[in-house]
Design a protein around this ligand. Structure first.
Ligand SMILES: *Cc1c(COP(=O)(O)O)cnc(C)c1O
Length: 452
């Protein structure tokens, strides 16, 4: 019973956090940051007191968190968390399941299979599509490209797992200049070498120019993007994928946050043509607002995905019961499918549509209110991102600092089309119309200060 007490204690702390998170500073105050020194100590010699440890986290850790669940954090592309998914995760954490193998967690195995089917259906992907549940898109991209690498080599009678790269036929990598840095990381990790990438120019919105895509062939991996990090723009899939498929290229779509547009009736047009791709990467923890570490790789070539990630030869498993490890690089891993499943089941098709389209509507509101206040909006607001600028770079840079210090909301900076910009991502289900107007006021005040 004593053991249960610390869980009640943690729960109480969590509840008070939830009650306060909407009103506290979005980025921690100086005082809260100074409190982090309380964690600095020599490694303890003797066993501690669990209740005290949890209390320490509450007292000094909690105030130094970034209020990402509060509705006014617009940095990077960080989603909030939907209660159904979070509660499911808390329960699953108590189960502490390892979902490497079916035998370790029949439940996790079943929920992975169910999520796989639902995602295929929700995103309109081919029936052969399978899913691997990983930490995030960084890893999902790596998995998708590894599957493509395996398949292209196999078609050329080259077993990459056994023979490696020495003497191997040449594979081409074609990607847009605006590809996410994790695409470069995956390309480098897989041994292709970044200097060999054929980078394709992008237009003013950061979309790959279809006319600039080089001649493709069956030894090419083409990497496209659903959702540009700054503008939220989508590559012209219909045009490019048709050509790429005819040429026999492997198409990977990095859709970390953008692929979810396919689940919204009113935004789906942005993803037209994706069904021709061979692999996809996306994040539950962004647009879908699941807890963190809910990355997903989707692949229409099950054999390639499994072979690429499990060189052991026994990768086929026993067929009937899914073992999660065969679809991911990791072996031991937590049962992420529980929180993903709970979020999907809670939202349903209509809820996902409402969530994704709602983020878009708030984004449009943000852009319109900022424009009315004399800010420049540099992108076409097609999804959940806004690229904003003040009259001059130095004012923009100071405005960003002021916004971040205000505690009212948080947005980051970027360099876009030769200018310093403020980058806004509306990615949390918590963000309502009031949050937007309140944040616009913080932008205006931040700029006033920056001008004086
Ligand atoms: C966030 C993001 C990634 C990386 O995803 P992680 O989940 O952070 O690993 C890759 N590509 C795009 C477009 C992203 O937005």
């Amino acid at each position: 019973m004593k053991r249960k007490e610390i869980f009640r204690q943690a729960q109480n702390y969590a509840f008070s956090y939830m009650d306060e998170v909407r009103e506290r500073n979005v980025f921690p105050s100086e005082e809260a940051l100074a409190g982090l020194k309380n964690f600095v100590e020599e490694f303890p010699v003797s066993t501690g007191d669990a209740a005290e440890i949890v209390e320490l986290l509450h007292r000094y850790g909690s105030p130094a968190t970034v209020a990402q669940t509060g509705g006014r954090f617009f940095g990077f592309v960080d989603g909030g968390v939907i209660p159904a998914g979070l509660a499911a995760r808390l329960l699953a954490d108590c189960w502490d399941q390892n979902c490497a193998l079916y035998e370790m967690s029949p439940l996790a195995s079943k929920l992975e299979t169910i999520c796989e089917g639902w995602l295929r259906d929700l995103l309109g992907l081919p029936g052969s599509t399978v899913a691997g549940f990983v930490t995030g898109s960084s890893l999902a991209i790596l998995c998708g490209l590894a599957a493509g690498r395996y398949r292209i080599f196999a078609r050329n009678n080259w077993d990459i797992n056994k023979k490696g790269f020495y003497g191997a036929p040449r594979i081409r990598i074609v990607a847009g200049r605006e590809a996410h840095s994790t695409v470069s990381k995956a390309v480098a990790l897989l041994g292709f070498g970044l200097d060999t990438v054929e980078w394709v120019d992008t237009d003013a919105e950061g979309r790959m120019k279809a006319s600039d895509v080089p001649e493709l062939d069956e030894k090419t991996i083409l990497i496209l993007q659903a959702g540009n990090l700054c503008s939220g723009a989508f590559d012209p899939f219909a045009e490019i994928c048709e050509r790429a498929q005819r040429a026999g290229a492997w198409i990977h779509i990095d859709g970390a946050f953008g692929l979810w547009a396919a689940a919204s009736g009113r935004l789906k047009h942005l993803t037209r043509g994706i069904e021709r791709a061979n692999s996809f990467s996306l994040d539950g923890h962004k647009t879908l607002n699941t807890p963190y570490e809910n990355g997903i790789v989707l692949c229409t070539d099950e054999e390639a995905l499994k072979a690429a990630l499990h060189a052991s030869g026994s990768f086929m498993g026993d067929g009937e019961n899914r073992s999660g490890m065969f679809y991911t690089p990791e072996m031991s891993k937590r049962a992420r499918s529980v929180d993903l499943w709970a979020t999907l089941k809670y939202l349903g098709r209509e809820g996902v549509d409402e969530l994704v389209y709602g983020l878009h509507l708030r984004t449009v509101q943000f852009a319109e209110e900022l424009r009315a206040e004399g800010f420049e909006i540099l992108n076409d607001v097609v999804y959940n991102q806004v690229v904003v600028a003040c009259e001059e770079d130095p004012v923009t840079l100071r405005t960003i600092k002021n916004i971040q210090r205000s505690g009212e909301c948080w947005a980051g900076g970027a360099f876009w089309a030769g200018r310093e910009v403020i980058r806004i991502s509306v990615c949390s289900w918590m963000t309502n119309e009031d949050d937007i107007s309140r944040s616009v006021r913080a932008f205006v005040q931040g700029r006033e200060k920056a001008r004086s």
